[in-house]
Write a protein that binds this ligand. Sequence first.
Ligand code: NAD
Ligand code: ZN
Ligand code: ZN
Length: 387
Amino acid sequence: MTTRVAEGCRKAFTTVIKCKAAVAWEPGKPLTIQDVDVAPPKVHEVRIKIVATGVCHTDWEYLYESGKGMKSRPFPLVLGHEAAGIVESVGPEVTKFSPGDKVIPLFLPQCGECERCRSPKTNQCRKNWANMQLGVMADGTSRISYKNQQLYQFLGVSSFSQYTVVPDTSLTKIRCDAPLDKVCLLGCGVSTGYGAAVKTAKVEKDSSCAVFGLGAVGLAAVMGCQVAGAKRIIGVDINPDKFEKARVFGATECINPRDHEKAIQEVLVEKTGGGVDYALECVGSPVIMNAALESTAEAWGTCVIAGWTETETMNIMVEKILMGRTLKGTYFGGWKSVEDVPKLVDDYMNKKLKLDEFITHNLTLDQINVAFDLLKSGKSIRTVISL
Ligand code: NAD
Ligand code: ZN
Ligand code: ZN
């Protein structure tokens, strides 16, 4: 009897799924839609049907800025890391997931066992980390291929594919009534910006805040400042079209640095009589990171960097730190991914957290390059792609 069950399971595990994926064949070139093969999940892996995926600035950066401030990634690559889906099948030794579960894949794992997972000080679990950064699973290979050619998996996720396989420590189960075309945003941008404010900066009631960059990450940071009870929330962006949305999320005022002759940090220090309590950088530029740090108040100002760049350096005037400012970075908003994302889904379902307002466009997978254009031209906040 036991043998028969085991044989049945083994059979199920051998089925390759043929589906569509958007493939990045080389850096700097638009994605192309291909028929790909998605291999069955191996030990401690889960194959999921992606229902919806957001398009994040980081996807764009790895494609178009590869090698320019970003480490080069192996190509061909299937991008996408902000998604929600349904478990299709599970590999051997998977105990926490079953077919039909609604899930959010996680580019940051939470194994629950390592030293970092056991510490309340960090969310930076490193389970399968080196392999995921190289675009492969624990056994050193990817589960997605095109005509037998391996396609690398972006950050261990690859949600620009109708099906993908992820490690069971890079996946979280969410409530079954959650709308996947909305909660997909909790897989990256919204969780990152919101957590940057409430978890990493720990914004306090009645404080003053400045948020640099009003894309999805920045708007979520604005929302976090508001939820934390900040009195003054200043949105900063060079695209004034973002200001109306920023007010919806709680910005009390908005500034375009290009409207001022003085450096933006000087404008903010003057405006606030000494600097803001918290500054959140959500652009990904070392120059703006510096401006954010210098816009915080002496003695207790905190600057949190959420914007992404990997190989560039910041040039900090040491005195700024000596005089009591704190500079921190945040990865995925400081959330312990597996345990916290379902709570954020609950917060959305209980109307404590906005998601719908981030979605400016809904497109299909074959329109993925349009979604990149909309993001880069500043016309979208988030496009949700339905697969
Ligand atoms: P986005 O492109 O939607 O938004 C960026 C915003 O910055 C735009 O509104 C743009 O007009 C604005 N901007 C550009 N130059 C500016 C300047 N000089 N001053 C002020 N504003 C300026 O991007 P997004 O998806 O919101 O992502 C923002 C950043 O966060 C990216 O660098 C992304 O890679 C990063 N990110 C980090 C994490 C993390 O875990 N830390 C997670 C997700 C995204
Ligand atoms: Zn992202
Ligand atoms: Zn861990």
